[in-house]
Design a protein around this ligand. Structure first.
Ligand code: DPP
Ligand code: ZN
Length: 843
């Protein structure tokens, strides 16, 4: 397969004036009739009309009413055409046979679509590229009661409905839904006085679980008006929940389609984490209405233009709704776990890639999360007011256009007069920058010395120094802040920054609030870290100090067989018992770095990680924490019990998270008594799952797992949790056997992406199990990926990333992983998606 290159971008030969579609729905033989007005693009190359199309049966085609016979190739159609004409075409497709879940497909009797990035070409012939934007009118014909498409409904009658979307949009934002759906209704009046009907469409029985998504939607609409001055622009906005969905959700204009797990929630069935994710994903997709839909991407290399920005927007929204400090720690935790890992391995790529074989493989942590970090750094560098001026200008200047990263950066250059060319390297250079800092204090001046280096990544052997905003402060020996937060702009490979602190001793607090996505190396004594853990005014660095202490202690346990560090355990107690601190923050401080994080840290230090030794060290450390902190943990566990009905608000969720963190530790030493009691009495899924997970982790949860199964066997979303938690928490290397056994369970519907991920994907989250010395984890995952690929290439390809760290490990494991990867690579008829991924991972 051919690589697509950014450098080869050419404007489209034809533009589309408007689109009329008619769908005659049928599971095996849906007819799609299109009437499209084309006009030659003066900026195009003057070539013939070329339309993308895949797996379509062409019934007939006409130009200005005269039947034509185009040249039909497997992935496109070509024909000589006049400069301005009406294209009419009829094709047949079979949604029921569409197991790839791209284009028009069926999920439990319901028709739905997923067109990003290139699914529309599986629906009809079209210039399926984001820089071709047009208004759509869609007529859906079917006996099903609910027929939906983008925009506002303009006509409806027996067996049909007509929808019109007046806003120009690219085909990837097209959507259609038809089925027996229940509507949950609400409304919102915009700041411009527009009355918007809001609907969430679900399957019967799910209508009681939509309140939180609806509430999140209304809060998002209001927030975007206040934070960005963006109001909604149609009279109708819908969300549809679908059980079979490859991704999280999709921002189709006025008709968002969601993986059901990110819509449906009730206290009995959803955890606090589920509620928080629903809130952020509803917001994310809604925010795309302006950042993605009204202004879209010129080509798919610019994906971060809409995704990085929209992730940044949903992050700040969630922080505003909950707690910025806690949210930031969670974001960084995710960033390190997913994006740093990606950036450190064979799949590293720039936030704006320059080449791809299958664009679906670039919906990555780098494009999304690092893309969001870039926006955050930009705002830090220019300040919130200039940032808002810049986004206002962006919306003014580019509304209705398909844009590039250059367009985005230009508005900020224009409002600030700043040259952002060095900053732009964040989009072009892959790899996580390493920043090393040391300090000295001379006559009341703190001098920080920085060094930066960006490691080589595939295709990019050498790098230039980046513009890195580093937030710094300092804490005096007595615990008071002697330097409030300042921003240092690193631009050179080596650089010094002096600060008057009026003291001769202080501990610098560097990279506050994680102001840049870098790996920071700072030699620091355990005493100094303990001082920051106790006194840093920056909540992120307060947490980070504890994490660094934990990491150092764990590393010594793994490499030197040391005992759990008593000083670390001592330093935890005052934080744990400080009731002025947010309970959810304290819960995060109790969390140890993940096994995968420890493995990467060892690999970075050129040492070979031993998954069993890492898991054993963590277990011993947790047990030591439980013993050392037993009294305060038990006290908190009793005191934080919430009386009265469940509420998903941040404060209650914070109490539950600290209480359940305490439970997790106490279960190591109390024989499982508290967890069993909590499990039996729980009136909400957060407490139920926490108790069961704690038991399973300690090999004590068999009866409870069975009880959970019997209670929830008819609830698909809760059953996903049941599968996942058994795999993730399986002790030692037993996880692969547990996963293998679960794949034989009658409820393991492997063709459903959520269920597949709940077992096979979950194994990737159990480090010791996936990397079991006998290769059983690698083999099991390879077997299942080979099985899924012919049906669903996109989900298969995504899950190959479980292997992206394979070169970190010892020769025996490497050989086993390579064997598994080569077996996937050699599978007959392997999809383009999976083939590209496996090739890159093998290197
Ligand atoms: N554009 C979609 C999203 O990120 C892709 N899943 O919201
Ligand atoms: Zn998005």
């Amino acid at each position: 397969p051919r690589a697509i290159k950014l450098a080869d971008y050419r404007p489209p030969a034809y533009l589309v004036e408007d689109v009329k579609l008619t769908f005659r729905l049928d599971p095996k033989a849906t007819r799609v009739l299109s009437a499209i007005r084309f006009r030659r693009n003066p900026e195009g190359d003057g070539g013939p009309l070329r339309l993308d199309g895949e797996g379509l049966r062409l019934i007939r085609a006409a130009i200005d009413g005269a039947e034509v016979t185009p040249k039909v190739l497997p992935e496109e159609l070509e024909i000589e055409a006049p400069d301005d004409f009406l294209w009419e075409c009829e094709v047949e497709i079979a949604p029921e046979d569409n197991t790839a879940l791209e284009g028009l497909y069926m999920s439990k009797g319901m028709y739905c679509t997923q067109c990003e990035a290139q699914g529309f070409r599986k629906i009809t012939y079209y210039p399926d590229r984001p820089d071709v934007m047009a208004p759509f009118e869609v007529r859906v014909e079917s006996d099903l009661p609910v027929l939906l498409s983008n925009g506002d409904k303009v006509e409806t009658g027996e067996g049909y409905a007509v929808w019109r979307d007046p806003w120009k949009k690219p085909a990837y934002l097209f959507a259609l839904v038809a089925g027996e759906l229940i509507e949950v209704r609400d409304s919102f009046t915009t700041s411009e006085g527009r009355h918007v009907a809001l609907s969430i469409w679900v399957r019967k029985g799910d209508e009681t679980r939509c309140d939180y998504a609806m509430d999140s939607l209304k809060r998002s609409m209001k927030w975007d008006e206040e934070a960005y001055g963006r109001a909604y622009d149609l009279d109708q906005f819908s969300i549809v929940a679908v059980d079979d969905f490859n991704m999280g959700a999709m921002e189709n204009k006025a008709l968002n389609i969601f993986n059901a797990r990110y819509v449906l929630a009730s206290p009995e069935t959803a955890t606090d984490a589920d509620y928080a994710r629903i809130e952020s994903i509803v917001a994310h997709e809604y925010f795309h209405n302006w950042t993605g839909n009204r202004i879209t991407c010129r080509d798919w290399f610019q994906l971060c233009l809409k995704e990085g920005l929209t992730v940044f927007r949903d992050q700040i929204f969630s922080g505003d709704e909950r707690s910025h400090a806690v949210k930031r720690i969670e974001e960084v935790h995710q960033l390190r776990a997913r994006q740093f890992r990606e950036d450190a391995g064979p799949l590293a790529h720039p936030v704006r890639p320059t080449s791809y074989i299958e664009i679906n493989n670039f919906y990555t942590a780098t494009v999304y999360e690092k893309g969001a970090e870039i926006i955050g750094m930009l705002r830090t560098l220019i300040g919130p007011e200039a940032y808002r001026k810049g986004t206002d200008l962006y919306f003014d200047r580019h509304d209705g256009q398909a844009c590039t990263i250059e367009d985005w950066l230009q508005v900020f250059e224009d409002v600030t007069g700043r040259d952002l060319s060095q900053f732009a390297l964040w989009y072009h250079q892959a790899g996580t920058p390493r920043v090393t800092v040391s300090h000295r204090i001379e006559a009341g001046t703190l001098v920080l010395s920085f060094r930066q280096e960006v490691p080589a990544t595939p295709g990019q052997p050498t790098k230039q120094p980046m513009l890195i905003p580093i937030a710094v402060g300092a804490i005096g020996r007595d615990g008071t802040e002697v330097l409030p937060t300042q921003i240092v702009e690193l631009t050179e490979a080596e650089q010094e920054a002096p600060f008057e602190i009026g003291a001769d001793d202080a501990v610098p607090s560097v990279l506050r609030n994680f102001s840049a996505p870098v790996i920071l190396t700072q030699e620091m004594s355990a005493e100094d870290r303990a001082l920051l853990l106790a006194h840093d005014t920056d909540p992120f660095n307060k947490w980070e100090a504890g994490r660094q202490l934990a990491k150092t202690a764990l590393l010594r346990m793994v490499t030197d067989g040391a005992e759990p560090d008593a000083a670390y355990l001592d330093a935890l107690e005052p934080v744990l018992t400080d009731d002025r601190l947010d309970p959810s923050f304290r819960a995060l401080v109790l969390g140890l770095p993940s096994d995968d994080d420890m493995a990467q840290t060892l690999a970075d230090a050129n040492s070979t990680p031993d998954p069993e030794a890492i898991a054993a060290a963590r277990r011993r450390m947790s047990e030591a924490m439980a013993r050392r902190l037993e009294a305060p943990l038990a006290e908190l566990y009793d005191r934080l019990r919430i009386e009265g009905p469940y509420s998903p608000d941040a404060e209650s969720a914070g109490k539950r998270s600290l209480r359940n963190a305490a439970l997790s530790l106490l279960t190591k030493i109390d024989g499982g008594e508290r967890a069993r009691t909590q499990f039996a009495a729980a009136d909400n899924m957060t407490d139920e799952v926490a108790a069961l997970s704690a038991l399973v982790r300690n090999g004590r949860g068999d009866d409870e797992a069975q009880a959970f199964h019997d209670r929830w066997k008819d609830d698909r979303l809760v059953m996903d949790k049941w599968f996942t938690l058994q795999v993730v928490n399986a002790p030692g290397a037993s996880g692969a056997a547990v996963a293998d056994r679960l794949t034989q369970h009658e409820a393991f519907d492997w063709k459903n992406p959520n269920r597949f991920r709940s077992v096979i994907g979950a194994l990737g989250a159990n480090h010791a199990a996936f990397h079991a010395a006998d290769g059983s984890g690698y083999r099991l995952v390879a077997d299942w990926l080979i099985r899924l690929d012919p049906l669903n290439p996109q989900t298969t390809a995504r899950m190959t990333t479980m292997f992206e760290t394979w070169t970190r490990y010892d020769a025996d494991r490497r050989a086993l992983a390579q064997e598994a990867l080569e077996r996937i690579a050699g599978a007959e008829g392997l999809s383009r998606d999976t083939s590209e991924m496996v090739t890159r991972i093998l290197g």
